[in-house]
Design a protein around this ligand. Structure first.
Ligand SMILES: [Zn+2]
Length: 381
């Protein structure tokens, strides 16, 4: 019987340790072949074999280390290629504002705001469902009665030259407008061209200003802004794509004071102070931009608000609405930036699937939530 001992090289612990570090079986075999069998009868050949083994070992371990290093940096490279994710701008908290005086005709506030209450016309009490964001399949809404945000509008009414010689006519047009919006319960507040603030519908009631518009903040989704948001309208008229606000300095000052008071009173996040063009949708054809007032010209900064145009449109990202060519023309560059960001976010959320497939799912969610919101509102009346 011939006894076969293991080759000497295999018997060495360092060889076994090194072989175990090599995952690839072919590389491991190359290494082992390079160190065995060793020719004990030819010392020069043995030295040569050890030398070759060391070279092979260094090459294999070197490539192993390079591979590991490359693997570690890969996610960083991938992350750098992806589109930036929207970060909400830091919002300054609304400063304290309190009511100084109240009479049968007006209210005055500590920040200089004066509200004319002579034309106030009650509608129906506010009540709506807010849906938790980030839990797409949990459609159970939370019932609320306090306003969650503000939608800014324009009246798109007749505009006369803003000059002293037209004072009488300007007043007459403004008064006619107040009557019109009161009859329609169209907004909570109207700011005329002289900067005078009129309360049209009480804050405790819903106004017919935004229909089934859509907005969301970091925590909640809203599908009926008539009920959930306050409406403030400026007496002005805008053009498609316009980027300069067509309002008087008095209107800006009054709007800033009114926004400050309402934000403080209801703890409204700055990100929930938006324009009608940003929130308006048509559920029949699933398009955004049914109304496009304040498309790209709203003076956010002058009202102490972050530029909310820089936010992806929630109706597109959350509920799969789309835009059409008409909207693209009317939007102007600032609002259109929010559309592009929404498209990028949708593509990211689709994670390789067709975006159309994702949209279909989002629309299903929208319809379920809208139906739930409508059921709750009808039951509450
Ligand atoms: Zn509007």
């Amino acid at each position: 019987m011939i006894r076969t001992n293991p080759p000497r090289a295999f018997a060495k612990p360092w060889v076994e340790w090194c072989a175990k570090q090599i995952d690839d079986p072919v590389s491991r075999l190359k290494f082992l072949r390079s160190v065995t069998p060793l020719d004990v009868h030819r010392p020069w050949r043995r030295r040569w074999q050890y030398g070759m083994a060391a070279i092979v070992l260094m090459a294999i371990l070197g490539s192993f280390l390079i591979a590991r290093t490359t693997t570690r940096v890969k996610p960083v490279k991938a992350a750098a290629r992806t589109a930036p994710v929207y970060q909400p701008p830091a919002a300054s908290p609304a400063p304290p504002v309190w009511m100084v005086e109240k009479s049968a005709e007006s209210e005055t506030y500590s920040n200089g705001l004066r509200i004319d209450t002579r034309f106030e016309a009650p509608n129906h009490p506010r009540g709506y469902l807010a849906f938790p964001a980030g839990r797409p399949d949990d459609s159970a809404g939370v019932h609320r009665t306090a306003p969650a945000g503000i939608v800014f509008h324009t009246t798109e009414s007749r505009q006369l030259p803003f000059e002293a010689s037209a004072n009488g006519a300007l007043k007459e047009v403004g008064e006619g407008l107040i009557g019109f919006v009161c009859r329609r319960h169209a907004y909570h507040y109207l700011i005329d061209r002289f900067g005078r603030v009129y309360r049209i519908v009480p804050e405790s009631d819903a106004a017919d200003h935004a229909g089934y518009s859509v907005w969301s903040d970091d925590e909640w989704l809203y599908v009926n802004l008539n009920e959930s948001f306050l409406g403030i309208s400026f007496e002005t008229k805008t053009e498609p794509g316009q980027e300069d606000p067509a309002v008087t300095p008095a209107q800006i000052r009054s709007a800033a004071m009114l926004t400050e008071m309402l934000r403080r009173r209801y703890i409204i996040p700055a990100g929930n102070c938006v324009t009608h063009a940003q929130v308006s949708v048509n559920p029949d054809n699933m398009r955004v931009g049914y109304h496009t007032d304040w498309a790209s010209s709203f003076p956010f900064a002058q009202l102490g608000l972050p530029d909310n145009y820089a936010r992806p449109l929630p109706a597109m990202v959350t509920f799969g609405f789309e835009y059409d060519e008409t909207f693209a023309k009317r939007a102007g560059t600032r609002l259109y930036a929010g559309v592009e960001l929404a498209e990028e976010e949708l593509a990211r959320d689709a994670a390789g699937r067709p975006v159309a497939e994702l949209r279909k799912e989002l629309r299903k969610r929208y319809r379920a939530r809208l139906a739930e919101a409508m059921r709750r509102e009808e039951a509450g009346r």
